[in-house]
Design a protein around this ligand. Structure first.
Ligand SMILES: O=P(O)(O)O[C@H]1O[C@H](CO)[C@@H](O)[C@H]1O
Ligand SMILES: O=c1cc[nH]c(=O)[nH]1
Length: 254
């Protein structure tokens, strides 16, 4: 929605950004991510939305924070698409679900469990929240090139952070723990809060979306190894490299 010629929440206009956007949750991460761009500059700052632009291989790219959770992430994507973006990579933090996914790992999402409310206001729950195949492949290629051990598969998106961290204290403890057990038994990799909403909004708007998640810990796994010092940077580097890959592929297709 335009107000005084700018998108109501992200406060930018068509032409301010190009096709490719990296989406962290945390506004403080935007400047750090933009340092990987050529000619980084801050474009806007409103509510939870911080925007930086720059270029990679001569092509305009941007980074925009989504804030925490599906509602604000969906708004960011809707308004970024209005401004011309069509390719999104979420870079976030998460908590490992299956025992093999430990602190310091990175996870590339192929799809997300829709244990949240925002995506249900777009599509019925039967519709899967799936990542763009192009982006999954680009992220995998990027992680391999950078030499980062990585997992590829299903992630879980929920609305309540503390429902994940302290489920036993919630009045619906039985439901939360039964679902977590089911996700784990089925091999869900890691838990976060925005990927499902972003993937469903991308599906509805016919744009591409993928996600790469840094794993902070695995609460069920006591023997987690020491987290590598560059762990927080790994998802960011993989996303930046994946954007370069997509730029090359899109150029070749054009
Ligand atoms: O690190 P970000 O991208 O914010 O992602 C994760 O961290 C937040 C919770 O601490 C949620 O937004 C969750 O999805
Ligand atoms: O365990 C975690 C860590 C980060 N973000 C989440 O949503 N869960």
């Amino acid at each position: 929605m335009l107000i005084d010629g700018r998108q109501m929440h992200i406060q930018i206009k068509k032409g301010d950004i190009g096709r490719y956007v990296i989406l962290p949750g945390d506004p403080a991460r935007c400047e750090k991510i933009a340092r990987y761009f050529d000619e980084p500059q801050q474009l806007a700052q409103n509510r939870e939305y911080t925007l930086w632009t720059g270029s990679l291989d001569g092509v305009p790219v941007a980074v925009c924070s989504t804030g925490i959770g599906g509602p604000s992430a969906a708004i960011a994507m809707e308004e970024l698409v209005e401004c011309g973006a069509d390719t999104f990579i979420r870079v976030g933090t998460s908590g490992g679900i299956v025992d093999e996914v430990k602190g310091g790992d990175i996870v590339i999402a192929t799809s997300a469990i829709r244990q949240e409310g925002t995506s249900r206001e777009y599509l019925p729950i039967e519709f899967p929240a799936a990542a763009s195949f192009d982006i999954v492949l680009a992220l995998k290629q990027a992680a391999e090139k950078l030499g980062y051990p990585h997992h590829v598969g299903v992630v879980q998106s929920k609305d309540s952070f503390y429902g994940e961290i302290r489920p036993a204290l919630m009045p619906i403890a039985d439901e939360l723990t039964a679902k977590w057990k089911a996700w784990k038994a089925a091999g869900a990799l890691t838990s976060e809060m925005e990927s499902a909403a972003l993937m469903i909004v991308a599906q509805v708007l016919h744009v591409r979306c993928g996600a790469v998640l840094n794993v902070l810990w695995n609460a069920d796994n006591d023997d987690a190894p020491a987290i590598p010092p560059d762990a927080a940077e790994r998802g960011v580097r993989a996303a930046v490299e994946a954007i370069r890959i997509l730029i090359r592929e899109d150029r070749a297709k054009a």
